[in-house]
Design a protein around this ligand. Sequence first.
Ligand SMILES: *Cc1c(COP(=O)(O)O)cnc(C)c1O
Length: 431
Amino acid sequence: MTYRSLGGASPDVDFRTATIQGQAPDKGLYFPTEIPRWDKPFLNAIKTMDRDEMAWQVMHPYVGDCISEVDLRRIVHETLDFNIPLVPITPEIASLELFHGPTLAFKDVGARFMSRCLGHFSQERSGRIVVLVATSGDTGGAVANGFFDVDGVDVVILYPSGKVSPVQEKQLTTLGRNIHALEVDGNFDDCQRMVKQAFMDADLKSKVFLTSANSINVARWLPQQLYYILAWQQWQQHQPPVVSVPSGNFGNICAGMMAWSSGLPIAHFIAACNANDTVPRFLNDGHYAPNPAIATISNAMDVADPSNFVRILEIFGNRQSLTGQLHSESITDAETTDTIARVHRETGYLLDPHGAVGYLALERWIRTHPGQQGYILETAHPVKFPDSVEAATGLSVPIPEKVRPIMEAEKKSTEIPARDEALKSYLEGFA
Ligand SMILES: *Cc1c(COP(=O)(O)O)cnc(C)c1O
């Protein structure tokens, strides 16, 4: 398998180069030159395959001969090393719980796969790789955990001081070793600006090998299709599901669309957005016009200009075939809070704010399409957003057993001012 740049001005590369580079030299996103097609016998087979075999079957065409079969089988096994149950909430709506991984968020899947691939490739190079990320909460924890103790790779995570939840902060700051948490005296935009600036600094990049771990990286993006298949293995109805995905950068939903393109039965996709409504507006009127990002209670989706949307356009070719398969809905914070409260009251199921956005969008779709059924991707555990969940339900969410040890571990972070030069001199320490 080779990958071409959607920027159109860089040469095709293999999986290894796409993973190490993240973004193509022309700043385009990498996209597979061909999408594997699953025929009927293959689909029938993966419906009942054990998850390790299924994951290997699906991923190996994307990886090609960049990783040996033995190593890739080990990597996919470690990637899916936790439960991903499809839990019914109502007769029409189920929840694909993606929050049973080590950091209680779906990003664990992509981060674990990418970290192991990058660790594998770093053994074939001389010199360390430094993964640089800015986080508003969830990405950083998943990346930190995924890369912990991976040989040859250091991870530097910038997060805004005082602006991530207690669980999230502990996930970033308690690991140590090759994971370095920088607590920035500023907001998330400052963190992002500093990271962008570092990636553009030719002098710095000549001294330190920098790469990113965000969802534009093919090794983080592509393995996310595996859990759409795990959902299908658990799907009991005759007609295919409608799938509602809480969306920010649109990497998660775009991965599902890759599986659908390969042949996975999915009736319709719903991109559930918060007040950041660039895509719902685009589907309505054909104008792609991002506004400035708005802060919401589903803050992992506060993205105004989703970077993976170009990949979605690439899959569908034009807006008309896209609207045949994708609906998108913008949900307000008040509706999100109300949905958490109502669903908890009526069904006993506790949603996090992101899952609640997905739930309401799916519920509205089913109201106008009676007879259809589907599931939401529940992208994070409610304990990661305790304030919103408590405001909606009055419940304080108990911390799951699994995270208790880190809540007691000691926080280790380096405080830095929100200045580009401060990050640069810190990174020069890795030269
Ligand atoms: C990152 C994230 C999202 C958005 O996923 P995208 O792939 O960026 O669309 C949704 N929910 C949670 C909890 C997240 O952490």
